[in-house]
Design a protein around this ligand. Structure first.
Ligand code: MRU
Length: 354
């Protein structure tokens, strides 16, 4: 099957002249399409922390490339010094965002590649790191395609799909996860209707999801987050499709703030709620959602970021958690690259992935 032309098929990649990582700056979308070439430690960290690159899988891919780029700049000539420097960079990038486990998984894979080649000269270790970063990226491309194809089993012509945040090509590779099925369906001539939550406060749904779907020719309608209940009640929604940032062993799922509320609404209206999850997002070390660290972000994002003038007095307190955890009992199925996993999630996820 031909691959669909999503807008940025490689929105994170190695620069041709490098070593550097090239990304589309997601904070500038949809109004400006700006590519950034990054190679400094601080700018690599900043790109993740400020969501220039965002979405759990894309952060993982970016981290792999970033570790290679930093390693390629080393002045160390003996392994111990090189490894110490690598670990310092790893810890530094790992602290950029806490919730998406893809970041940690990618960093660990890079370290494993380094250790497998520890007897080789430094230049060869650096080449091995480059190869590993490309493998992480390729794996994500493959996982996204497989997940999107499994998702086709969950839809039929004319279905209305509610989305939250952005789980498309920008957040991953090529098709994306939560949006991948909508893109694949389009490619196959199956018309679906997407209802996209704007996703306060950083508006990934409005700025990124509708941007991707509109460009791909998928019928999409933007709604404010507080309209979800109404569109469900009006019968416009046949299923909810969301991505995830960390899935605990029992199926509890961290995703963009507001996801758990949608799951509760979906249960009330008897609408299936699907989580699209590459295995790079499963964390068997977290037994339940209680173990998942939720990122707290700057209150100014709520009050100021997307407004011409602040919408509240400077002294007003804000609480700005970036994610919430959806209880596994609210999830109809978890769509992975190895198939659609239904409850009991603990048993079925372990059977497929350990
Ligand atoms: O804060 P963000 O924009 O990085 O949050 C992203 C999400 O919550 C996505 O739904 C998740 O990372 C899955 S992307 C395939």
């Amino acid at each position: 099957m031909d691959h669909i032309i999503t807008v940025y098929t490689e929105n994170v990649h190695l620069a041709e002249e490098g070593p550097a990582v090239e990304i589309i700056d997601q904070t500038r979308l949809p109004n400006e399409e700006v590519m950034l070439t990054l190679s400094e430690r601080e700018e690599l960290y900043e790109a993740i922390a400020t969501l220039r690159v965002r979405g759990a899988p894309a952060i993982g891919i970016f981290a792999g490339y970033a570790m290679y780029v930093l390693a390629a700049q080393t002045k160390c000539r003996d392994f111990d010094a090189f490894y110490a420097e690598f670990l310092e960079n790893k810890a530094y990038l790992d602290a950029s965002r806490p919730t998406a486990v893809n970041l940690r998984h990618a960093l660990d894979k890079m370290e494993a590649a380094l250790l497998e080649n520890k007897e080789r000269p430094i230049d060869e270790i650096i080449s091995a790191l480059r190869r590993q970063a490309l493998v992480i990226h390729q794996e994500d491309i493959d996982m996204c395609l497989a997940i999107s194809a499994f998702g086709l089993e969950l839809v039929k012509e004319g279905d209305g799909i509610l989305t939250h945040c952005n789980a498309g090509a920008l957040a991953t590779s090529r098709y994306g996860t939560g949006l991948g099925t909508l893109l694949l369906a389009k490619e196959m001539g199956i018309e679906l209707r997407a209802y996209c939550d704007e996703t306060r406060p950083l508006l990934q749904g409005a700025r990124l999801t509708t941007y991707e779907l509109q460009k791909a020719g998928v019928d999409c309608t933007l709604i404010c987050d507080n309209m979800a209940s109404l569109v469900m009640k009006e019968g416009k929604i046949n299923a909810v499709f969301v991505g995830c940032d960390r899935v605990a062993a029992n199926g509890d799922t961290a995703n963009k703030i507001g996801t758990s509320g949608l799951a509760i609404l979906a249960k009330y209206y008897n609408i299936p709620f699907y989580v699209f999850c590459p295995s790079s997002t499963i964390d068997f070390k977290c037994c339940t959602g209680e173990d998942i660290k939720i990122e707290l972000r700057d209150p100014r994002e709520i009050k100021e970021l997307y407004f011409e003038k602040p919408i509240a007095l400077p002294e007003v307190k804000c609480y700005n958690p970036a994610f919430d955890v959806t209880d596994h009992t609210l999830i109809t199925a978890i769509v992975t690259e190895k198939g659609i996993v239904r409850p009991p999630f603990e048993e079925n996820l372990r059977r497929l992935f350990t």
